[in-house]
Design a protein around this ligand. Structure first.
Ligand code: UDP
Ligand code: MG
Length: 320
């Protein structure tokens, strides 16, 4: 029978975690009673360096009798993507498949039944896809959808309206962990893995308690990583722009020479000024983008660890 682990990254979630954990426990017990998952199935809670009571809550959950919970605690806040990866890595060798979901349970957990169906039908990756975004503010909806379209345009293969709510089989997880890159944008890597996949549509609720832990800065960093980790088109675009600028400068040269021989030398001044500013700006832009990629290479060659585990509880890998 399927041994299923849930992996839940938690960052300062004291307000909502007790309730979410209760709902998840009931869900897991229900699935066990229905014979859909084995009795070894667990829920791995990852504490992403929380500053509030999240870790004591997690520890108590793990230490309760017949607890269904396991825990991984990171040594400091590393961000959602790294915390999720830590939980997946800790869980993948003791289960057949993992479902990743957020601690606020905005994603309907009853969809997991359909995830399991697809898994049993032979899928290695099952994506939860949001049917509509009515629970988001207008601003978030607008920027998120624009961003997905922009990524597609840049040639990044991404599942539309899919966040990190998905089921992955053990072999898909091993594939994921074999990607050594440090800049994490899981949504971009996972479609590259291949395997048979399926999509399950669901409606996402609003957050019940606490505030979004995705600050604007965290969101922008993730969005930027998504682009620069997967696409070299910004660089290619610059080359094209460079060629076009060259063509323009030939026209400008001809124009300047003609003006010169017809005696209107003073009129060359505006075009000169414009050229200087334009080329100066272009140079700076080019340097900036190239620098961005070099920064990325710098980060990758250092091979820094993506996270450091401080402690684990329950049936998860020990990292020793
Ligand atoms: N999260 C995390 N580390 C962070 C930020 C967020 O582990 O630095 C977790 C958070 O606890 C939650 C999930 O990532 O389980 C998604 O965060 P949130 O619900 O705040 O994002 P939103 O739904 O607003 O996009
Ligand atoms: Mg949320």
């Amino acid at each position: 029978m399927l041994t299923l682990y849930a992996v839940v990254p938690c960052y300062n979630e004291e307000e909502i975690l007790p309730r979410s954990a209760e709902l998840l426990r009931e869900k897991w017990q229900g699935l066990m009673a229905a014979g859909k998952i084995s009795a070894d199935s667990r829920i791995t809670l990852v504490d992403d360096g929380s500053a509030d009571n999240t870790w004591p809550i997690i520890r108590d959950l793990c230490e309760a009798e017949n607890s269904l919970f396991c825990a991984v605690r990171l040594s400091r806040n590393r961000g959602h993507q790294a915390a999720l990866l830590a939980g997946l890595e800790a869980s993948m060798d003791v289960c057949d498949a993992c479902v990743s979901l957020d601690a606020d349970l905005q994603d309907d957990i009853h969809v997991i039944d359909r995830f399991i169906q697809e898994y049993e039908a032979g899928c290695d990756i099952v994506y939860g896809v949001r049917e509509d975004r009515s629970s988001d503010s207008f601003g978030k909806r607008f920027t998120a959808q624009g961003y997905y379209k922009f990524l597609k345009l840049l040639g990044v293969d991404i599942i539309y309206n899919h966040a990190d709510y998905r089921l992955m089989s053990r072999r898909a997880l091993h594939g994921l962990l074999s990607y050594g890159e440090r800049n994490l944008f899981l949504r971009g890597i996972i479609p590259e893995l291949g395997f048979r996949t399926a999509q399950v549509a669901y409606t996402r609720q609003a957050r019940q308690a606490g505030e979004s832990k995705y600050t604007l800065k965290k969101m922008l960093t993730l969005a930027f990583d998504g682009i620069t980790s997967f696409s070299v088109r910004p660089i290619r675009l610059l080359s094209v722009l460079g060629v076009l600028t060259l063509l323009v400068s030939i026209v400008m040269a001809v124009y300047t020479l003609v003006s010169h021989f017809t005696g209107n030398t003073v009129s060359g001044w505006p075009s000169l000024m414009i050229s200087i500013w334009f080329l100066g700006g272009l140079n700076l832009l080019a340097l900036g983008v190239v620098g961005e990629y070099i920064g990325k290479i710098y980060g990758e060659v250092k091979q820094r660890p993506r996270y450091i585990v401080e402690q684990t509880i329950g049936n998860v890998s020990r990292f020793e």
